[in-house]
Design a protein around this ligand. Structure first.
Ligand SMILES: [Zn+2]
Ligand SMILES: [Zn+2]
Length: 878
């Protein structure tokens, strides 16, 4: 017989077991047409990243699903990889270059920068992937992809060119969100809106050749340098007469028209708005409608450019201050009001973004959004929990064209070449040598790269080799479940769905399983600045990966944020300990390598645990099918802890410590069987400990991870015995409680009387006699139908089918106990007298602090209750 170590020490086996799984190729599924595929693609972690709690949760959930399906006999593929994370990585690489050499992006140039960035990738990609391995992730590492590797890059190129050919990608002047710090355009999804305190400045714009003026209100006065009109609502009576007149733009002295546009809200500010098409998305639209000029007044670093006249070169907020000052001096500032408004910030660096007109590449969204909306509305893809479908639908219904060009170097360079001779743009699958229009060789490639989410949007099929029609793609696509955080529904989930519908003509996954954020124990977001982050690797190092996984899953419901605390970690660690110790007990009591379950002559306890186990199989499987991972984990916890360890193991002891060879054989087989199969149910949640134990108990097969998932078995359903056992257990629990309440030592054996009125219950208690005596500290069990025979001086409590009676004379020396109680009563009476004395003292009550008085009142209440309790006990003994 084998034996596991005396104490649970995950460090001794987690790495060893993971390497064994890897070397045996268990993570790599075959393309086997006799099996059904089950596929998950990993949300590729950024190569800049280190494993954080969010990853740990996300990947634990995926690993649970993939291990479960693998055990159910599916060809289960978990496709891993990492993301180049364009902007995030570029920032880090530049930082490290600056630190090492003091050089900037411009100093080193594109080629040298890219060399450094690839070195970075080679160094840090393996770091994050190795951390996923530590967690136990059973990804197929032989298929690991990277968003910028050859395979994925080819897909990106194909999609770009194909959308361009269909007219769904275009280049144009549009208002984009510009981050002056990152020096790039950002998509709408990359902007975080925050409510901020600011001002509304009311500025007078004089009417040309008249005495009057029009007052406009603005939150960004510096943008007036780019004003080209003032707009009012055509139905606004106040301004009827001035539509068509000309105003003199203060400071700049440009002549600008008053136009009417129904977009203008008459109730905001003065009802007249300045129009700055180059620096505001709504003004941009007005500018297009009225064919107004676009005057860009800002440089890329948000300083004022040459269109700002004397303000050229000033930083935007400095310019704002001076312009307001100048307006005051010109007597053109009517008033200033405090004003709260939403300001867009860069999601990377938190700088306030500047809306700016710029030449960028866009994806036309309307034709792509429509099928993606339908796919979710008609249920081809379902969100769990369902409430997030609204978020998705709302976003797609209001979507604007997607700005996909970024003024960065790290990423997929836009495959467009501009002809210096004829201006034609050549977009092609292969790098062109000449302009496709005029044949000139005088061409240059677009400097920009694609939004990092462009390549992630293709992840479910680019990883499988598309546009080639690979075997992988035919077999594993579409995937089954996407597991991700609710915070990237826009960035990623929606884009994968529309790209997949466009290029694969299918949804990329059937289910989107969403999880929330992992917060600290007080419910705050874990963050560097708060210093409240908990490093999952430290938890793994200290407690093992199984404990971390179980902590993250227990009590976690789809879509909800969770709180992570060390207290929860300890509970999971205690659970692992409990399982370990119970397994040790089973192992020590087995005598051979037999794996057969004997089902003849089972005891009531055997039948009970088999029935309970059988129910758990059914329930846990159903929970997993509904993605209720937290509930499944909770049920396994309860089953292992209370039913298997606290009850069945105790119930098995009388048999195992007896001389009945045949009975011992049966009970051993039940212990082994239930442990074996419970380990399998637990395996997806706690892969390491279950493997380590399973390898040491008698078993069939090479590894628990490729063993069969347990099935519900009608033959193990002993419902009426289960109920009988529950009745016996209730009796045991009741006796224990009565004894505990009366402070009776567990070692003290005593008589137990059960008064019953019905024959069927009498029979049940007779069958359970041995269990009751052994587990409830009895030396004699009397099952009594005649109530008159029940002694008066006794502890008693009602249970199903009868009354538990514990005669006191067996448990205690009545005279001694009475003396003890009377002494106790005297001291309580003294305390009551003292407290009442204080509370009746008016001076005390008036002068003492309120909390002191209240504490005294509470004490008095407590003593009174104790007195009542003691009186009752004295009465019982007399
Ligand atoms: Zn930024
Ligand atoms: Zn040309």
């Amino acid at each position: 017989m084998k034996e596991i170590a005396k104490t649970y020490n995950p460090k001794e086996f987690e790495d060893r077991i993971y390497n064994e799984w890897m070397s045996k190729g268990y993570f790599t599924p075959d393309i086997d047409h006799n099996k059904k595929p089950f596929t998950i693609v990993i949300p590729p972690p950024n190569i800049t990243g280190q494993l954080h709690m969010g990853h740990a949760l996300d990947n634990t959930m995926q690993d649970i699903l993939i291990r479960w399906k693998r055990m159910q006999g599916y060809s289960a593929l978990w496709m891993p990889g990492s993301d180049h994370a364009s902007i995030a990585t570029e920032v880090k690489v530049l930082e490290s270059i600056k630190e090492e050499t003091g050089l900037t992006k411009r100093d080193i140039g594109r080629e040298e920068f890219l060399k450094k960035a690839w070195q970075w990738k080679d160094k840090y990609e393996s770091r994050i992937l190795d951390q996923l391995k530590k967690l136990g992730s059973s990804c197929d590492w032989s298929r690991t992809r990277f968003t910028m590797d050859e395979v994925c890059s080819r897909a990106v190129r194909e999609v770009f060119v194909s959308l361009y050919e269909k007219g769904l990608i275009y280049r144009g002047d549009r208002i984009i969100n510009w981050c002056p710090d990152c020096n790039t355009a950002l998509s709408d999804a990359e902007i975080e809106h925050k409510e901020q305190k600011g001002f509304l400045w009311y500025i007078k714009y004089p009417i040309k050749n008249e005495d009057g003026y029009v007052v406009i209100a603005t939150t960004r006065p510096e943008t007036m340098l780019g004003d080209v009109a003032v707009a009012v609502n055509p139905d606004d009576e106040r301004y009827k007469d001035i539509i068509g007149k000309t105003l003199i733009l203060p400071i700049v002295n440009r002549e600008i028209p008053v136009i009417s546009d129904s977009y203008v809200d008459p109730s905001f500010g003065t009802g007249a708005v300045k129009v700055t098409p180059a620096h505001d998305p709504n003004d941009f639209e007005i500018g297009l409608r009225h064919s107004l000029p676009f005057i860009n007044i800002m440089n890329e670093n948000a300083t004022i450019n040459e269109n700002g006249g004397k303000y050229e070169g000033l930083e935007r907020y400095e310019a704002r201050k001076l312009i307001v000052e100048e307006l005051k001096q010109l007597n053109l500032l009517l008033k200033t009001e405090e004003h709260n408004h939403n300001v867009g910030h860069c999601y990377r660096c938190d700088t306030v973004v500047e809306p700016m007109v710029s030449k960028q590449w866009f994806v036309k969204m309307e034709p792509l959004a429509k099928p993606a909306l339908d796919a979710v509305k008609n249920g081809d893809t379902s969100f769990i929990p369902e409430r997030f479908e609204k978020v998705y639908i709302n976003w797609l219904e209001n979507i604007k064209d997607w700005c996909i060009s970024r003024q960065l170097w790290w990423g997929h360079r836009i495959p467009a070449w501009y002809c210096n001779d004829c201006g034609h743009i050549t977009v092609s699958r292969e790098n062109p040598q000449r302009c496709e229009a005029c044949g000139s060789v005088n061409i240059r490639q677009d400097e920009d790269v694609l939004d990092t989410w462009f390549s992630s949007a293709l992840w479910p099929f680019s990883t499988m080799g598309w546009p080639n029609e690979t075997e992988e793609l035919k077999y594993f696509f579409p995937t089954d479940v996407l597991v991700t955080g609710y915070d990237i529904i826009f960035f990623w989930v929606a884009r994968m769905i529309f790209m997949s519908l466009e290029f694969m003509k299918q949804v990329p996954f059937k289910y989107v399983l969403l999880h929330g954020l992992v917060r600290d124990e007080k419910g705050r977001k874990m963050s560097k600045s708060l210093g409240n982050g908990i490093d999952p690797l430290e938890i793994i190092d200290k407690y093992g990966a199984d404990t971390l996984r179980f902590t993250l899953i227990t009590g976690n419901a789809p879509g909800n944020d969770m709180r992570f605390s060390n207290e929860k970690v300890e509970l999971s660690r205690n659970f692992a300990n409990k399982l370990w110790n119970a397994s040790r007990y089973v192992l020590l009591n087995l005598s051979d390598d037999n794996t057969k379950l004997y089902t003849d002559n089972l005891t009531m306890a055997d039948k009970w645990i088999l029935t309970r186990y059988n129910d758990i199989v059914k329930e846990v499987t159903e929970n997993l099918e509904k993605f209720e991972l937290g509930i499944a984990a909770g049920k396994l916890y309860d089953f292992v802890w209370s039913e298997f360890c606290d009850w069945y193991i105790e119930l098995s002891k009388p048999v195992l410590y007896s001389d009945d060879v045949e009975a011992k054989k049966i009970t051993r087989s039940v212990l082994r069987y239930v442990l074996d199969n419970t380990l399998r149910l637990l395996h997806p949640f706690m892969p390491f400990i279950t493997e380590e134990i399973w390898q040491n108990i008698p078993h069939q097969g090479d590894s628990i991870m490729i063993s069969d998932w347990p099935l519900y078995n009608d033959k193990l359903n002993f419902k009426s015995d289960e109920q009988s056992m529950e009745i016996v257990m209730e009796a045991i629990r009741t006796v224990r409680n009565l004894r505990a309440e009366a402070n009776i030592s567990p070692a003290k054996k005593a008589k137990i009387i059960i008064s019953v009125d019905r024959d069927d219950y009498q029979k049940i208690f007779e069958l359970g006699e041995n269990y009751i005596l052994k587990l409830a500290g009895g030396n004699e069990l009397i099952i009594e139908k005649d109530k008159s025979k029940i002694p008066q001086k006794a502890l008693s409590a009602a249970i199903h089918g009868g009354l538990i009676v514990l005669p006191l004379e067996d448990l205690i020396n009545i005279e001694e106990e009475l003396n003890r109680l009377n002494t106790e009563k005297i001291s309580i009476l003294k305390e009551i007298e003292r407290a009442e004395g204080m509370l009746n003292n008016e001076k005390f009550v008036r002068k003492a602090p309120e909390n002191v008085v209240n504490a005294e009142k509470e004490k008095l209440e407590k003593y009174k209750l104790m007195l009542k309790d003691i009186d009752e006990r004295i009465k019982l003994l007399k």
